[in-house]
Design a binder for this molecule. Structure first.
Ligand SMILES: [Zn+2]
Length: 98
């Protein structure tokens, strides 16, 4: 079995999987190199590709992280304004993968 890097928390707001339609893509995003507009896949779809095709994709970690990393700097008071609802929230449901 191939061991993949653990899927990072977070998502790619505004980036949709061009195969399954997952929007936003959660975890790793795989972007077809040189595609414009970008052609993107979620990890589930990327894993279905033959190795020859995988080589054409760029693996991108999610820019929108869960609030975890910020919670670690708990020295200061939390923001008075409620945080924007996580852009990843609605995608955390078990998607119809595949
Ligand atoms: Zn997908």
């Amino acid at each position: 079995m191939v061991h993949y890097a653990p899927t990072p928390q977070g998502c790619h707001p505004g980036i949709e999987c061009d195969k399954s339609g997952q929007n936003p893509i959660v975890g790793w995003r795989f972007k077809l190199k040189g595609s414009d507009p970008s052609y993107d896949l979620c990890e589930a779809e990327f894993n279905k590709l033959p190795d020859a095709e995988k080589a054409n994709y760029e693996k991108i970690a999610p820019p929108a992280r869960a609030a975890q990393s910020e919670a670690l700097t708990a020295d200061r008071a939390p923001d008075p304004a409620p945080r924007i609802t996580s852009p990843c929230a609605r995608a955390s449901l078990p998607a119809r993968y595949g």
